[in-house]
Each structure stands twice: as C-alpha cells, then as structure tokens.
Design a protein around this ligand. Sequence first.
Ligand code: EPZ
Length: 429
Amino acid sequence: MERLVIRGGRPLEGSTRIHGAKNAALPILAAVTMADGETVIRDVPNLDDIRVMLDILRSIGARVYYADRVVTVDPTGICTTDVPEHLMRMMRSSVFLMGPLLARFGNVRVSKPGGCSIGTRPIDFHVKGLARLGADIIDRHGYIECLATRLQGTTIFLDFPSVGATENLMMAASLAQGETIIGNAAREPEIKDLALFLQKMGAHIEGAGEDTIIIHGVERLHGCEFRVSPDRVVTGTMMIAGAITKGHIELENARSSDLAAVIMKLREAGVHVTTGNDIIEVKQTGTLQAVDRIQTAPYPGFPTDLQAPFMSLLTLAKGTSIISETIFEDRFQHVSELQRMGAAIKVDLRTAFIKGVRELSGAAVEATDLRAGAALVLAGLGAQGTTIVDRVYHIDRGYESLETQLHDLGANIMRLRDQPHADIAVAEV
Ligand code: EPZ
C-alpha cells in the first residue's frame, strides 16, 4: 500500500502547470467511439481513471495509443458494445459509454455501476433520458441493456442538472434522428468542452453551458484533433495549497473563469488571488479569516469537488465557518481524519461547522475518496510535524503525481511504497 509522507510548515513558492481535466477527458474518450475515423486528444492527464477508460476502449476493439498526455484512438475496429464488468466496476464513469455506443451501434450492455464512498450515485436520469430518446431498456441481474435501431430526437427535462446525465444524453442525441432539447441541463465547464469536441466531430449543438441545450442529430461523426481544457478542481486544490502554507505560487494553464465561486471565497478568507490570461497567482501572508457560509451547488455555484479541500483551509482560519454539502449525501468522510489532526469540526447532517484552531498537528490519516485524500494532503502541508496519508490510490484517480507537483513547489513530501508505519515515523522527508 502506498503512502504520502508530509512534513508541514513549508511555504510553497514558484510556478506549476495545471494538467487537462479528468472530468472533461472521460466523457470525451467515450465520445470517440462515435467517430468513423481516428481521433487525437491532447493534454489527457496520466491518471488511473483515464487508464481504465482506455482499457475499456481497447476491450471493445478500438485501437488506442497513449503517450505524453496524447491519446490516439481508432474506433473503427469496435466489435462489441458489451462493456466488461470488471472494468465497469473499477470506474463508474464508464457509464458515459452508454449514450455513444447505443447511438452508434444500436445497442449497449453495461454492468450497473456501484456507488462509491460519497454516495449511492444512481444513474436513473441517464436511463430515463435514453428511454425518452426511444431506447428499449432491459434492467436485470445487475446489468442494463439498451436497444434502439435509431434514437429519435425529443424533449428531455432533467429532474436535477446532473453532469453525467447531461453529457450522456448530449452524446446520444448527436446521432439521433431529429432535434433533441435537454432542459435543466448541467452548466459545468466540462459540458462545454464535450460540446466543443462533438462539434469538431461534426455534431450540431447549441446552448452547451446554459440550462437548455439543443442538439440537431446528424448521420455520422468523423475523427478530429482536440485539446482538453485545464482541470479546474486541480487548479482549486493547488490554490488552496498555496494559501494553507502561507506561500506565493503561480499556476499556469489555469482558467480563473471556471472558478469564480472558489476565488470569491478564497478572497473572503483573506487570500490574495490575482488572475491573468490563463494564469492565477496566489499569495497568503496574513491570518486566514473564517468564511461564514459555503454551500455546494451545481455550476456556477461552489463546486462539491472542492468542498473537502476548502474545509482543510478553514480549519486554520480565525473564527467559525459553515459548509453545507448539497450535492452528495455522504461527502464529509474527511472530517474525522481532519479531527485526528486537531481540527475542531462539528457535523449536523449535511452541514459542517469548522472552528478555526491555531495549528494542526501531523498524524496518520486515511484517504476515503479522491477529494477527501487531497484535503488530507493539504492539511498535512499546513500542519506542524509529520502527516502520513494512507490509501493514496484514491488520490491517484484525479491528481497526476500530486506529490511531485507539490515537491517542485518546495513541499516536504514523498511517496513511500509498502513500508510499515513504524519505519515512516523516522523516515527523513
Ligand atoms: C460528476 O459526477 C463528476 N464526475 C463528479 O466529480 C462531480 O462531483 C459531480 O459531477 C458533480 O459536479 C465526473 O465528471 C467524472 P451528477 P456525476 O450526475 O456526473 C445524483 C470527482 O471528484 N444523480 O451531477 O456522477 C447523484 O447521486 C467526481 O472528480 C441521480 O440521482 O454527478 C448526485 O447526488 C466526484 N441520478 C447528484 O445527482 C442520476 O442519474 C449529482 O450527480 C445521476 C445523478
């Protein structure tokens, strides 16, 4: 089992580049199955979830080549739409393949994705939308099978602006007969990235990034070249790293327009944030101030994926902050781990009350999910002493070698492989 060992107290200095967005690359990699020729996608981060998606594409017959964050896919060899269960189980985002494979081949069979530690994460909005587009749905023995000779354009109104459902249905509708309107659509930047990619493949899509998206189905989609936009969650995580260490860092390939809610809250907390053309500068000198209210919400509201990392910052702010998590039902698992480090946090259902403390102390903690793991690394950077973060595989799903990126900014952090805790306590880091 790999661990990250962090000795806190060092201000981060210098600049680092933000890699492409995992949550944009995953649906785009699913969409390539609809092309009738080779596609090249650039700035695809080297992450566990990406590698699973590429394995799925290979398992159904696509030819896939990946090097230096460039993915080349030739989908013309796809010979099955039965997504292997063991790969489905490894990553719930494989559900993104339902819309594209159904639209292109007329059928798809996926194992129902499990929930994860942050919630049950059903896919009913995806399935209901595909049924509205005319698919026959067979849901039994833990599998979902969808059949449709040709999907038919229609009007869909989502019960909730689900990111994944919006993406799946936008892809499916791209090859449907006629016009599809998706109401109450998600507006996240990743939706716009996917729409831009689909348009480069020849799709006719209007309104992506707004709450109503109109798709005029076409007969075929062709290969293209595309560059994935910067990862806004990694950007937010690195901004918080600069702030919690009282450092001064510059982020390149960082799109501040995707993070308006987060930048506003950082400034409320007393962090100096300067934004330029794809550059964000973070400088923290004075005392962090509590933020009276953060409520996660669909974009452009405060992103749920930065709730845990921001909470780590607020554990050291002067005063009491309040965070409400409205998107997922169980996304406070980092709280107990932060409490082990001396944080003063009380949780009442889906609201956390964070009373700032003078300092956190390093401890042995465990990542429970991707963003909770990142939050614990941030807390370790701001703590006195040594923090050991276990179950690093959670973090590797969404951050490309986080320890290297932080180390290059001056953090005292290293990755240890298969070493009992006892040795770590004396490990020089
Ligand atoms: C995407 O997940 C992201 N993942 C998540 O990032 C992100 O937290 C989430 O959007 C919200 O922004 C990817 O893009 C790969 P939703 P998704 O559908 O699409 C419920 C990370 O850390 N729901 O907008 O699954 C659902 O349970 C990950 O990078 C249904 O009830 O999110 C949740 O409570 C974590 N039925 C809420 O809606 C459905 O059919 C929002 O889910 C679909 C969703």
